[in-house]
Design a protein around this ligand. Structure first.
Ligand SMILES: Nc1nc2c(ncn2[C@@H]2O[C@H](COP(=O)(O)OP(=O)(O)OP(=O)(O)O)[C@@H](O)[C@H]2O)c(=O)[nH]1
Ligand SMILES: [Mg+2]
Length: 203
């Protein structure tokens, strides 16, 4: 393991009340508060994680999902390494709003190629009984949106919370590796250069 950890900026987005702050608090402090308050603006917390034998410091930026706080949260999207788009499985509208959140993020983070940015989708509150969004709908949405990973979580009973946050780092690494493998554009061939001599049939 290398001595110094890499700092990753992770932005948590989604409608007000879907459980973003609860997910962050469960992940960072292993606590859950059934009476949490709406976030105003943004708050961040750090947590070290180990992925593939490397340590990363995840700096998690928890944003206010309510529409009236839009101007307070959007300045913080720039420089993000990954983004967790969150909805609540008992709230259909919060799922329908995922596309709006993705668009808002890409615009204010100034990212051109949205399908190659590491988004991870979280369907939170899987502990509830009155579920409204089925898994297949979400998988379809993910397939149309860069095949981003999807996790069903519960900040209340801890289901998949650690896994989902770590998945953001894994997704980032995966996309970085794919980009490295791509042929580089702008590579020019010098037509004036003499071809290398070889013992082939054209000599
Ligand atoms: N049953 C259940 N309730 C949850 C879960 N996560 C959050 N809640 C509850 O949902 C409510 C809203 O949670 P928050 O974490 O404040 O939601 P938020 O997304 O941060 O909301 P904003 O700050 O307004 O954007 C709170 O009463 C939480 O206790 C969960 O996994 N299961
Ligand atoms: Mg909050």
């Amino acid at each position: 393991m290398s001595g110094k950890s890499k700092l990753l900026k992770v932005v948590l987005l989604g409608d007000g009340g879907v459980g973003k702050s609860s997910l962050m608090n469960r992940f960072v402090s292993n606590k859950f508060d059934a009476q949490s308050f709406h976030t105003i603006g943004v708050e961040f917390l750090n947590k070290d994680v180990c992925v593939d034998n490397e340590t990363y410091t995840m700096q998690i930026w928890d944003t206010a999902g309510q529409e009236r706080f839009k101007s307070l949260r959007t300045p913080f999207y720039r420089g993000a390494d990954c983004c967790l788009l969150t909805f609540a499985v008992d709230d259909m509208q919060s799922f329908k709003n995922l596309s709006m959140w993705k668009k808002e993020f890409l615009y204010y983070a100034d990212i051109q190629d949205g399908n190659n940015f590491p988004f991870v989708i979280l369907g939170n509150k899987v502990d509830v009984e009155n579920r409204a969004v089925n898994e297949e709908m979400v998988r379809d949405w993910c397939n149309l949106n860069g095949r981003c990973p999807y996790y069903e979580t519960s900040a209340k009973d801890s289901t998949n919370v650690d896994t989902a946050f770590k998945a953001a780092v894994e997704r980032l690494k995966e996309l970085e590796e794919l980009m490295d493998e791509r042929p580089q554009h702008g590579h020019t061939v010098d037509l004036r250069k003499k071809p290398k001599q070889s013992g082939g049939c054209c000599n």
